[in-house]
Design a protein. Structure first.
Length: 210
């Protein structure tokens, strides 16, 4: 059995090959592929059905909604939205300070809220005296901040993928974001595995040298 000193004496290429062999041993049972494909087909069918239904609903709204409408609680809507935006900024700052992986989620949520803020500011202020201010605010503040947040999340995902790829023993460049597979779910495993708690825990670093 290899011990810590044996691993240290191995060349980088030998350690890479060892990681590849271990990853192959831990691969899921190929017999589960058919069941996984069926589940994925069901999920994809549900997503497509939702897209079709939403597109039809958008058409209904576009033809039936009035062009102007008096809101019921204008103050509550905007104060509540800005409170959510404040919480997103605070959570992002905490995740940056603590260097937590949840920073990726915080950045995506923050970018989404900033884009929504810019959209509703511009659309709802159209043909009013405040339109120019809303447009400048969206172009110069909200959308640039959203771009910074989403680019930061993209970079963190790529860095995480690079680390995972290295420890799986995979060589080569990091794939594009849209080509990255889900971590923890291979082609032969169902997506439901993402909803379960991990069964295995990493051993303490001190035990690796024993």
């Amino acid at each position: 059995m290899l011990d810590y000193e044996d691993l240290r004496r191995m060349s980088p290429r030998e350690r890479l090959r060892l990681r590849q062999m271990l990853a192959e041993l831990d691969a899921p049972d190929p017999r589960a592929r058919l069941a996984s494909q069926r589940r994925r087909t069901i999920v994809l069918a549900l997503v497509i059905a939702c897209c079709v239904a939403l597109a039809a609903w958008i058409g209904v709204l576009a033809t039936t909604l009035p062009r102007y409408y008096r809101a019921g609680d204008w103050r509550g809507a905007w104060v509540g939205f800005d409170v959510a935006l404040l919480l997103a900024f605070a959570a992002t700052g905490w995740a940056v300070w603590r260097r937590r992986q949840m920073l990726i989620i915080c950045l995506v949520v923050l970018a989404t809220l900033l884009c929504c803020d810019a959209w509703f500011d511009v659309v709802l202020d159209a043909r009013t005296s405040g339109f120019l201010v809303s447009l400048l605010s969206a172009v110069l503040i909200e959308l640039p901040l959203a771009a910074v947040a989403i680019l930061g999340a993209r970079r963190l995902v790529r860095v995480t993928s690079a680390v995972m790829q290295r420890y799986r023993g995979e060589a080569g460049p990091v794939p594009r974001l849209r080509d990255m597979p889900l971590v923890g779910v291979g082609p032969d495993r169902p997506l439901s595995d993402l909803l379960t708690e991990p069964e295995h825990h990493l051993p303490p670093a001190s035990t690796l040298a024993d």
